[in-house]
Design a protein around this ligand. Structure first.
Ligand code: SF4
Length: 567
């Protein structure tokens, strides 16, 4: 790959960042403009750093055009929740805001964050203030900075889990942008005169070349999909004690159709560090990417491309120079699943935890299924915490023995889905938000995947595979927010009602899938999958996963590196 990135000028986004006075731009003016529900173009880029995106309801575009109205603009707000842990009070506050100012739903994202959809411009500031009042915030939930730091769900499962969760919080705090712009704009904080005294010691005026994602996983459960992140830490436990982490770098999901210089990539595991070094090493990797990432072509700006351009040896030597620490040889570890624990389990401290399945991460009251109300009612009586998982589910955590019957009564009253009654395929499903609000979606995902799974379930049932764990993920475009390239059945929207089908990822998140068939309608998807699943049912080896089977039987070639994803 070409090592030279000195093309004539930096991307226009770099110029916007430079001229933004540390992310202020003209956001205040844009918010005050009563003539439009939108904000200015440059502010649409900057506002992402504040945790919000402008969107428009594509379902009503035609109708609005006929009425000679501007599109129905609204905003997505992403709430940063390091490690995904929220108190019942925070849950109730966010639930209330979603009822009052958003579309009455809460999206639980694949990065352990809450997302509001459909917030109108005139409600944006009030909603942001409400989020901050609950002691959560949206700083750096989006934008060219470090995002929400993910962590293996449930810090209350064991002492090791608790220690790892603390490390996630420390990294998150250390890498959070320092600009006062957020407080000025959203919380009526005191304006800094001329903005001159504001600074970003770590990021500088240009922040990072692109978004930056960090996750930590505790083997054998890879519930954060750690290798899909720019930077990952794999906990190494010896004698029930956390000793340190294997470092993984250069993961990422997105690519652009028709541009083979873009590709998803599974991170490389490059060395081991003792736990005390985690923040220094995280900072060193971020600085490496800040100074070496491609600021000319955003499509090739993520760390995965920087590493493939400059080489792992150079990367490793730079990280050792920047952190002043020599990485040690990788310690052995083994992932067994990407999935969540559902139902009741008990932690080392005797408290109980209940994993709730939330289809597509969408919490709503719909068609007589009152999942959102149920969680709200539980939050009213719950004395522990809620934990968002990287698989878009939620854990009702730290339930004391005497509280358990109360929680159980509410689970029963609202008939909250018992995940045991679902196929393993549905239990291991993820869908991104896609239509109608995501401007990049070519096709449906969250609204469509449940009904497609109904149909695939029929095939599984007929072949005795209902309880065989198989992962399936669907996104509306190849940006990959739902990490479709790490699922055994990956479906990526190509056009309305048409999907590319990818097969052959591992069940544990360490091998990407490969394109199997293109531009499939629903009937095409079912026709393509049926013979492969029948073959799997008849010829799978003991303990063999579907993703491994399709490679053994030559349905697709194994993707051994991001660079051969397209070949
Ligand atoms: Fe939108 Fe694409 Fe992300 Fe889905 S994967 S939410 S369609 S950008």
């Amino acid at each position: 790959m070409d090592k030279n990135i000195n093309t004539p000028k930096p991307s226009s986004f770099e110029v916007v960042k430079e001229n933004s006075n540390y992310l202020r731009g003209t956001i205040e003016e844009s918010l005050k403009d009563p003539l439009t529900g939108a904000i200015r173009a440059d502010d649409q880029l900057l506002i992402k750093f504040h945790g919000t995106y402008q969107q428009q309801d594509r379902d009503v575009d035609d109708e609005r055009r006929h009425q000679k109205l501007e599109p129905l603009y609204s905003f997505l707000i992403r709430v940063r929740v390091p490690g995904g842990v929220a108190t019942p009070q925070q849950w109730l506050a966010l639930d209330g805001l979603s009822e009052k100012y958003a579309d009455h739903t809460l999206k639980l994202t694949t990065r352990q964050a809450f997302q509001f959809h459909g917030v109108l411009k005139r409600h944006l500031k009030t909603t942001m203030k409400g989020i901050n009042k609950s002691l959560l915030d949206t700083i750096a939930a989006c934008g060219d900075v470090n995002r929400n730091v993910m962590c293996s769900a449930n810090p209350f499962e064991s002492l090791v889990h608790a220690e790892v969760a603390e490390d996630a919080k420390r990294i998150s705090a250390h890498l959070t942008p320092q600009t006062n712009a957020y407080h000025e704009i959203w919380l009526d904080g005191k304006l800094i005169e001329g903005g001159e005294k504001d600074e970003e010691p770590l990021y500088g005026k240009h922040y990072l070349p692109r978004k930056f994602k960090i996750a930590i996983a505790i083997p054998p459960r890879n519930d954060t999909d750690v290798l899909s992140n720019d930077l990952g830490f794999i906990a190494i436990v010896d004698n029930e004690k956390l000793t340190g982490y294997n470092l993984s770098v250069g993961g990422g999901m997105a690519f652009t159709f028709g541009n083979n210089a873009t590709y998803p990539r599974v991170a490389d595991v490059v060395g081991y560090l003792p736990k005390e070094k985690i923040v220094e090493v995280a900072e060193a990797v971020l600085i490496f990417q800040r100074d070496n990432g491609n600021r000319f072509e955003r499509k090739n700006a993520r760390l995965k491309y920087t590493i493939d351009r400059l080489g792992l040896d150079f990367f490793r030597s730079e990280i050792e120079r920047l952190s002043g620490f020599k990485l040690q040889p990788i310690k052995s570890y083994k992932f067994e699943t990407l999935g969540d624990k559902y139902g009741w389990s008990q932690g080392e401290d005797g408290f109980y935890h209940y994993g709730v399945f939330v289809e597509g991460g969408k919490l709503a009251d719909r068609n007589g299924y009152l999942a959102k109300t149920a969680l709200r009612e539980i939050a009213h009586i719950h004395q522990g915490t809620f934990i968002l998982t990287g698989n878009q589910n939620v854990i009702i955590a730290q339930v004391a023995e005497k509280q358990k019957p109360l929680v159980e009564a509410l689970l029963k009253k609202y008939k909250l889905i018992d995940a045991d009654t679902l196929s393993s395929l549905r239990q291991n499903s993820i869908a991104c938000a896609a239509l109608p609000l995501c401007g990049l979606a070519f096709a449906e995902a969250e609204r469509y995947l449940p009904s497609l799974i109904d149909k695939i379930d029929n095939i599984l049932e007929a072949n005795g595979l209902s309880k065989t764990p198989i992962s399936i993920r669907m996104t509306g475009c190849p940006n990959g927010c739902g990490r479709p390239f790490l699922s055994e059945i990956g479906l990526v929207g190509k056009a309305p009602g048409k999907y590319n089908l990818y097969l052959g990822a591992s069940f544990t998140g360490d091998r990407l899938n490969k394109l199997y068939k293109e531009m499939l309608s629903e009937q095409d998807i079912l026709s393509a999958l049926t013979p492969v699943l029948v073959d799997f049912a008849q010829h799978k080896q003991e303990e063999e996963h579907f993703g491994d089977f399709v490679i053994r039987k030559d349905y697709v070639k194994a993707t051994t590196a991001g660079l051969n994803f397209h070949s």
